[in-house]
Ligand binder design. Structure first.
Ligand code: JHZ
Length: 391
């Protein structure tokens, strides 16, 4: 399936950059042999992760809380060794590792985007500004010893060379160490029709089956899976060296439920494609209709996901007046490809639109709780996951 010509999801830009924008074809494929769902054309990692990376984890209070709970669980369950060592791949602004650092636990955040890594350092996190690979794993092990836990959140699916990740993890992990990561789950994306999870950074949308197949050749075994409510449905995967730890029954249960859901069948993806097309047509019709009636429509949350929605639906500033976002690095810039202004939250609060497209739909509970005033003033939300509707 192709979603068409797509810019880099987080490349928010200024008008003088409009003429040099980079585009690629956002198309997906499913491999029945290894059960991997992935994008085909993959922009270079350096085009996405650099010193001006626009996404900061701390922009969601609920996610910061979630990472606090995640970190506590890792510590209680897997950090019993004397002087344990934890490594996070892709630590962003340090929202997760801070929970280890403040307890004096030896840690290292490996983060290729220098600006978010600097924010992590500001919070007392030890960082290494680089992409994770086998060579880095060798260097870290030589300096700090083996890792009792290697953790990641919304990162492993961003790395095209998954075999290199597996080689690095297999080298760095202690004999009884664990590799734990979580990210948007294929089963949830198919169930909800949340096609906006597909963009350049998300090279893979993993499932229990595809994770098992990707890491098994490297001597790493999937020993547990735990569904998470974050990002519209995520899965946490726990891996260990083969035979080092007991495999929880949840692994086989997840694999059986993936088969039942049809994640290995072509017709599942045919239906998903039709659902994406229907969602696009309904959203465009709704927004164009409102604009024809003279209504003001804005967006809430200039997410990476919204780059896919806006470009796939060909919605621009004539349809969506502006998008409100709390991230300073995105404000007063324009959305990739569609050039809708991104404005500070005050613009939304001070001049409520008639309708607001909830692009950050995964943070709905957090946002609706703080935006009671918008609804009270007669403002309406446009949602598009799992179905297009006004609420
Ligand atoms: P949010 C990013 O995806 C990129 P995105 C990345 N590839 C990934 O995998 C996930 O994160 C984890 C703003 N906001 O979290 C802040 C408000 O304005 O859905 C963010 O710009 N007001 C690493 O970009 C955006 O919305 C608010 O009240 O799709 C949310 O982005 C809140 C809560 C957020 O991730």
């Amino acid at each position: 399936m192709s979603f068409g010509r797509m810019p880099i999801a987080n490349a928010f830009l200024t008008p003088c950059q409009f003429n040099d924008e980079y585009f690629y074809d956002l198309a997906t494929a499913f491999c029945p042999a290894c059960e991997t769902f992935q994008i085909i054309d993959q922009p270079q990692a350096e085009q996405m992760f650099h010193e001006a990376y626009a996404f900061f984890t701390r922009t969601s209070r609920a996610m910061v809380d979630h990472f606090g709970v995640y970190a506590d669980w890792v510590q209680q369950k897997f950090m019993g060794a004397d002087d344990p060592f934890v490594v996070e791949i892709g630590c962003n602004d340090g929202a997760m590792l801070e929970n280890f650092a403040k307890r004096g636990i030896r840690h290292l955040g490996i983060e290729p985007s220098a600006n978010v890594a600097a924010e992590a350092a500001r919070h007392g996190i030890r960082t290494d500004v680089t992409f994770f690979n086998l060579e880095v794993a060798r260097r870290v092990r030589a300096q700090d010893g083996p890792a009792n836990a290697i953790i990641a959140a919304n990162v492993i699916c961003h790395i095209p060379d998954i075999n290199e990740v597996a080689r690095g993890v297999a080298h760095l992990l202690a004999t009884d160490g664990v590799f734990i990561f979580e990210e948007p789950y294929l089963g949830s994306m198919i169930e909800k029709g949340s096609y906006d999870q597909i963009y350049d950074e998300h090279v893979f949308i993993f499932s229990a089956g595809s994770v098992q197949n990707a890491f098994r050749p490297h001597g790493l075994e999937l020993i547990d899976v735990m569904p998470q409510p974050t990002h519209g449905g995520s899965m946490r995967y726990v891996l260990a060296r083969k035979g080092a730890r007991r495999v929880a029954p949840a692994v086989q249960q997840a694999i059986a439920s993936e088969a039942e859901q049809g994640l290995g069948r072509a017709d599942t993806y045919e239906s998903f494609r039709s659902r994406c097309e229907r969602s696009r047509d309904e959203l465009v019709k709704l927004i164009k209709g409102l604009r024809a009636d003279g209504r003001r429509v804005a967006g809430y949350g200039a997410t990476s996901k919204s780059t896919t929605v806006l470009n796939y639906c060909h919605l621009g500033p004539q349809d969506i007046e502006f998008i409100s976002d709390t991230t300073p690095a995105k404000q007063n810039k324009f959305t990739p490809g569609t050039h809708i202004p991104v404005m500070a939250y005050e613009k939304f609060f001070g001049n409520y639109p008639d309708y607001a497209v909830l692009f950050a739909w995964n943070h709905e509970a957090e946002i609706l709780a703080k935006e009671k005033g918008y609804a009270a003033a007669g403002g309406k939300w446009i949602k598009f996951v799992p179905e297009v509707k006004v609420a």
